[in-house]
Ligand binder design. Structure first.
Ligand SMILES: Nc1nc2c(ncn2[C@@H]2O[C@H](COP(=O)(O)OP(=O)(O)OP(=O)(O)O)[C@@H](O)[C@H]2O)c(=O)[nH]1
Ligand SMILES: [Mg+2]
Length: 293
């Protein structure tokens, strides 16, 4: 009998949730950046093996001080992913338990399914001997079904985690075709790949004031993609375009490479920067970007 189940990956921003999901699914379905709050949606990634299928939900990082409607919405979005799943993976960074981790833990109080704790980025830990004590300490914070020191980039303990998840998901028919890796549209992922470059190139608060919308996606000899970069103030537009358009050019060419790799085809990418005053607080604009909860 085959097994089929849903597993949510939750945790504070920047601990490596999207990195782990992409690895488990074997495909880059979720954007990754070395900045908090990269993920804004619950993104499904589907792992199909011979006798089981697991649908992972990569969630936005649950964070404090959520002032804008955007931040409030992504927190709600993350918490909503914890419902109707067969297991939850709570991810923290090895040797670093923060107040935001406590916040995540409190959101898991009423979760009845098995919860696994992952201490990610163990490849960065120098003092392995101290980690054992630390793991024991954090493992006592609630009743976890398992605790895994893990590295999503160096692939330490990822096979063990998969095996533990397969144990707890129910028997049942698969919900997706075996070659499906996500239920996100190609358009959406393309927009995220452009946003990933914004996260990489822009500094301080600016990436959080941007959003990307793919307006055109047309397949001919090459794939032609037109995307709008939304900013929330006029002044931000100039920064993104840069001197003589240099910044936008750099973002565009990195994004094009990522898109070509993802789509396996030549891509012609055109980017525009448009201002929508204070879009982070506009319900209408958030909805049009697909950020809802
Ligand atoms: N050294 C090390 N770095 C890692 C590991 N896993 C992820 N990272 C890095 O941590 C950063 C954040 O990774 P993401 O996967 O975007 O983190 P996230 O939890 O999805 O972040 P949000 O979407 O903002 O909540 C990236 O620079 C990753 O390359 C790991 O096992 N070891
Ligand atoms: Mg993420």
């Amino acid at each position: 009998m085959a097994k089929f189940g849903y597993v949510a990956i939750a945790g504070r921003p920047n601990v490596g949730k999207s990195t782990l999901m992409n690895h488990l699914v074997g495909f880059k379905v979720s954007a990754i950046a070395n900045k908090p709050q990269t993920t804004r949606h619950n993104i499904r990634g589907i792992l199909t093996e011979k006798d089981y299928q697991i649908v992972f939900r990569d969630t936005p990082g649950i964070h404090k001080a959520a002032k804008s409607l955007l931040n409030k919405t992504i927190n709600l979005e993350a918490v909503s992913a914890l419902e109707n799943v067969d297991a939850v993976v709570m991810m923290v960074e090895a040797m670093r338990w923060t107040e935001e981790d406590d916040l995540v833990l409190s959101r898991l109080e009423h979760v009845n399914c098995p919860v696994f704790l992952i201490a990610n980025k163990v490849d960065k830990v120098k003092k392995r001997s101290e980690m054992l004590n630390w793991l024991q300490e954090v493992a006592a914070k609630r009743e976890f079904s398992g605790v895994f020191p893990l590295s999503a980039t160096k692939l330490i303990n990822t096979i063990e985690l998969k095996a533990a998840l397969v144990e707890v998901i129910p028997e049942g028919d698969w919900g997706y075709d075996e070659d499906e890796v996500t239920d996100q549209s190609t358009r959406f992922i393309c927009g995220e790949l452009v946003r990933e470059q914004l996260m990489t190139y822009l500094h301080q608060e600016l990436p959080y004031s941007t959003a990307v919308e793919v307006e055109k996606f047309e397949e001919a000899k090459v794939i032609e993609i037109h995307a709008v970069i939304w900013v929330s103030r006029e002044g931000q537009k100039g920064i993104i375009i840069g001197k003589k358009g240099e910044m936008l050019k750099r973002i565009g060419s990195s994004a094009r490479l990522a898109l070509e790799e993802f789509l396996g085809s030549k891509v012609m990418l055109k980017l525009w920067v448009r201002v929508e005053e204070n879009w982070e607080n506009s319900p209408r604009h958030l909805r049009s970007l697909g950020i809802t909860s």
